[in-house]
Design a protein around this ligand. Structure first.
Ligand SMILES: Nc1ncnc2c1ncn2[C@@H]1O[C@H](COP(=O)(O)OP(=O)(O)OP(=O)(O)O)[C@@H](O)[C@H]1O
Ligand SMILES: CC(C)(CO)[C@@H](O)C(=O)[O-]
Ligand code: BAL
Length: 335
């Protein structure tokens, strides 16, 4: 199929696409993260299916004072990235094409999950995002729509909207693509000076520190459980360790007792906070917006004794650039 740039809803409807259709929605300034979504979409629909990439900077999801005007618009380069990644078409409508009646009066409400974290920092953002996603789903009529885990709360809200409002589409999440040094790819990274980029690395480093802390806690827990005599619930894991009589046992016992004490969610979060506290003293400094360990189902904070899946999410400003990142974590995997 010849790769095409489509500008209007009428031209999109006129396409006689065969096979399953997948859509990858973007705001343009495409990078390797977007290309990964396109490749995942192509893999799923196969060579006979159709992959449409939408490129639209949606004014409705930007608040006053945000970067709507300076958001990078690089359509020519985007077409090359989309085609090389295996897309059949880019749908890049104008604002008037998407909102022919002007600002829509009827909108999607993101509900309580949309008021937390990103929603608290960017009031109205998720209502605007879901409204355009709903419209783009109607316009592109896909079987599957692909979104990045990098925008974890956005992905969760889209899944919720599709379920709550019976959209006939499958939503596919794609893991975050990172630079070699850990920085999550993002169109907004291009705002960063080299020095700002160095500071911004603290976002991913904080998440990795938390992941490592959790892994250490889980390893200690597994070790304590495996010790002879530790099966009894009444016997503390620290006691079990100390019966080993090894030099390391005392230190281990202390660490295990700490792990056993609260389940450790707070300690995991604290490991990330320490990295961010350091970055707050860097030059240029990082200004933390939020660091939260949340339940993926509703983005409420998890309890300290949390068991199961969680998302550690961070948002921060470096200079005039606001960045987000997150990491899925599993608590109690070794139980
Ligand atoms: N690094 C990444 N890995 C995986 N998916 C990504 C990545 N960056 C963006 N995406 C996904 O691409 C889609 C389009 O995102 P968008 O155009 O906003 O890009 P972005 O790089 O996140 O831009 P911004 O810097 O504005 O947040 C979304 O589903 C988003 O989650
Ligand atoms: C989903 C989306 C394309 C809606 O404008 C946007 O929020 C984005 O790029 O993540
Ligand atoms: N990547 C999410 C879209 C936004 O920041 O507006």
């Amino acid at each position: 199929m010849t790769f095409t740039l489509v500008r209007t809803a009428a031209d999109l409807h006129a396409r006689a696409d065969a096979g399953r259709r997948a859509v990858v929605m973007t705001m343009g300034a495409l990078h390797e993260g977007h290309a990964t979504l396109v490749r995942a979409a192509r893999d799923r629909v196969g060579p006979d299916g159709t992959v449409v990439v939408t490129v639209f900077v949606n004014p409705l999801q930007f608040g006053a004072g945000e970067d709507l005007d300076r958001y990078p618009r690089t359509l020519d380069a985007d077409l090359r990235v989309a085609e090389a990644a295996g897309a059949d078409a880019v749908f890049a409508p104008s604002v008037d094409e998407v909102y022919p009646g002007g600002e829509p009066q009827v909108r999607i409400s993101a509900g309580p999950m949309g008021e937390r974290l990103e929603g608290a920092s960017r009031p109205g953002h998720f209502d605007g995002m879901l409204t355009v996603v709903a419209k783009l789903l109607h316009l592109t009529a896909p079987d599957l729509a692909f979104f990045g885990q990098k925008d974890a709360q956005q992905l969760a809200l889209i899944r919720r909207m599709v379920r709550d409002l019976n959209f006939p589409v499958g939503i596919v999440g794609v893991p975050t693509v990172r630079e070699d040094d850990g920085l999550a790819l993002s169109s907004r990274n291009r705002y960063l000076s080299p020095a700002e980029r160095r500071t911004a690395l603290a976002l991913s480093r904080a998440l990795f520190a938390a992941r490592d802390r959790l892994a250490a806690q889980e390893a200690l827990r597994a070790r304590a459980t495996a010790l002879p005599g530790a099966q009894s619930r009444a016997e503390t894991r620290a006691e079990a360790l100390s019966r080993l009589g090894e030099a390391r046992a005392a230190a281990d016992a202390h660490a295990v007792a700490q792990v056993a004490e609260g389940g450790g969610a707070e300690a995991v979060r604290a490991a990330a906070q320490a990295v961010l506290d350091d970055a707050a003293k860097a030059e240029p400094p990082l200004t933390l917006d939020y660091l939260a360990l949340v339940d993926p189902a509703d983005f409420t904070e998890v309890a300290d004794d949390h068991d199961g899946e969680a998302i550690l999410a961070v948002a921060a400003r470096v200079g005039t650039t606001r960045l987000i990142d997150n990491l899925p974590l599993t608590f109690g995997a070794t139980k």
